[in-house]
Design a protein around this ligand. Structure first.
Ligand code: NAD
Ligand code: 6OD
Length: 494
């Protein structure tokens, strides 16, 4: 597809698409390329300050009526949205692939499947939510009744990244809407497609105009910055890098708006000598290489007990070599490209740093030649290193690619100290057949999520988020209800 024939992706404000011609002096657009080929496959209309303002104004207008809609009707809209995504499942899969180049099996089984689960789960969670109340004993035998009513937070700015675009968007939009908020979403400039399709689905599911708006563009100087600086937003839920999170926090600080931040990670796996080798290698293969390493939860540091170090290193390298890079629509493809050439340059920068630090490359370390149109894409080889330590930049900084450093340890205490020696605190996985050790070590991890003998196994009712540079707050189940609502405590003297 050439730039001239590429499809248009438009902004969606107040229940309808906005044509580029309607935005006068702000009529700017940018090209979207297919990461698998490097070819332009869409033109995206960029929202300027005036269009972002229209979106926030529309959301403010929708807020009152939507917040007053009974919970059973709001949750019915969410369930219809899930049904409509199911009906248009393959369209969502195609849009996600066009934006990311990810393998069709993953788009179906993870990305779009989780959008359904997000809507259905948060419909259930909000429908079942109760309120705390306390009977307070007063002097003289009297009592007071305290109870809290939860009100929607208001107009929520939802800003999301490119790695799991629909999954991460619906993870926030579903609870926000279920709680009665109106949202203005800003998808990543790399992945505008599924957020836009979702607008049609929510409209068709009966969501009032203005309750879900999409503004496209970049961060600084573009839609992202206009949205977070807008005085009409009541809070920001953001998923992305720690550096951008810090920037967004400074932007909203003067107006003291609440933020929920799901940020970067530098996650560790700890493999003990008693681990089930096959189960561990299968788990590590997923946790290091899933989505081409572009999941915030991916493992980039693997600490292995010295007694099994050689077996784990050899076994993981063999599995890495068996991953199949190729066309997204080929059902046998396991591994897609990185999101962009710029991101590949960043990952390759860490390949150079690892080499300078004396790393031994167990496998990978380069750019594959896949032939034909794929050679224009941003492909990278799954890569494993030994010979690095926690002092080296490739072991300290988030790379966000299909790479990991394997580092030996001798004792449990040493493994815990190595894993916790990081500025991040998102996730960890512990591999052992000694369940007492599994609990002990998992609890000692300074992270938001610690898995034992598994990875990225999710119950959407449980808290999700990170410590340190990995974020602020938690979402999921009751944690989402807390972020997307504000309580008013009522105290009645009885
Ligand atoms: P990013 O921070 O560059 O961008 C994220 C979003 O923020 C995009 O929509 C972008 O346009 C927008 N943005 C950028 N600058 C902005 C600004 N000044 N104001 C407002 N918005 C702005 O991140 P990315 O490269 O898209 O995604 C990768 C990062 O996201 C990695 O660090 C990864 O770990 C993190 N991530 C974290 C989680 C989690 O749950 N903790 C999940 C997925 C990704
Ligand atoms: O599973 C989730 O709910 C979630 N927020 C996953 C985040 C993955 C990061 O890339």
């Amino acid at each position: 597809m050439t730039a001239d024939t590429a499809r248009w992706i438009r902004n969606f404000v107040d229940g309808r698409y906005v044509d580029p011609e309607e935005t006068g002096g702000e009529n700017r657009s940018f090209e979207k390329t297919d990461p698998a080929t490097g070819l332009v496959n869409a033109r995206v209309h960029e929202a300027g300050e005036a269009l972002v303002d229209r979106a926030v104004t529309a959301a403010r207008g929708a807020l009152g009526p939507w917040a007053r809609t009974p919970v059973r009707e709001r949750t019915a809209v969410l369930r219809r949205a899930a049904d409509l995504i199911e009906e248009r499942f393959e369209e969502f899969v195609a849009a996600e692939i066009a934006d990311t180049g990810k393998p069709v099996t993953q788009a179906r089984e993870l990305d779009v499947a989780r959008a359904l689960a997000n809507f259905r789960t948060f419909a259930d969670v909000v429908a079942a939510a109760g309120q705390e109340s306390f009977l307070t004993d007063l002097a003289g035998g009297r009592q007071a009744l305290n109870y809290a009513v939860r009100k929607p937070l208001g107009v929520v700015a939802v800003i999301v990244p490119w790695n799991l675009p629909l999954l991460l968007l619906t993870w926030k939009v579903a609870p926000a809407l279920a709680c009665g908020n109106a949202v203005v979403v800003k998808p990543s400039e790399e992945t505008p497609g599924t957020a836009t399709l979702l607008a049609e689905v929510l409209r068709d599911a009966g969501l009032p105009a203005g309750a879900y708006n999409v503004v496209h563009g970049f961060g600084g100087g573009s839609a992202g910055a206009h949205l977070t600086a807008h005085p009409g937003i009541d809070g920001v839920t953001f998923t992305g890098s720690s550096a951008t999170g810090s920037h967004v926090m400074r932007t909203v600080a003067p107006r003291v708006r609440p933020v929920s931040f799901e940020l970067g990670g530098k996650n560790a796996a700890l493999v003990f000598g008693d681990a089930d080798l096959d189960e561990t290698l299968d788990g590590l293969t997923r946790s290091v290489f899933a989505n081409t390493g572009q999941v915030c939860l991916c493992t980039e540091r693997v600490y292995v007990h010295r007694s099994v170090f050689a077996d784990v290193a050899d076994g993981l390298a063999e599995r890495a070599r068996s991953l199949r890079l190729g066309r997204p629509l080929d059902g046998a493809t396991t591994t897609g490209p990185l999101i962009s050439q710029a991101h590949r340059d960043k990952v390759r920068g860490y390949f150079a740093l690892a080499e300078e630090a004396g790393a031994k490359v167990l496998t990978g370390g380069g750019v594959p030649a896949l032939g034909a149109e794929l050679d224009g894409g941003s492909w990278i080889e799954p890569t494993l290193w030994t010979g690095l330590t926690n002092a080296d930049r490739p072991v300290r900084e988030e790379i966000f690619g299909p790479v990991a450093a394997l580092i030996p340890f001798d004792t449990e205490d040493e493994a815990i100290a190595l894993a916790n020696d990081t500025d991040y605190g998102l996730a960890a996985s512990v591999w052992t057949t000694d369940l007492r050790r599994g609990h002990r070590v998992a609890q000692a991890m300074d992270v938001g999520m610690a898995w034992v003998n598994t990875w990225f196994l999710r119950d959407l009712r449980s808290p999700f988020g990170g410590m340190g540079l990995s974020g602020i707050g938690r979402e999921g189940g009751a944690s989402s209800l807390h972020f997307y609502t504000e309580p008013t405590n009522v105290c009645v003297s009885l």
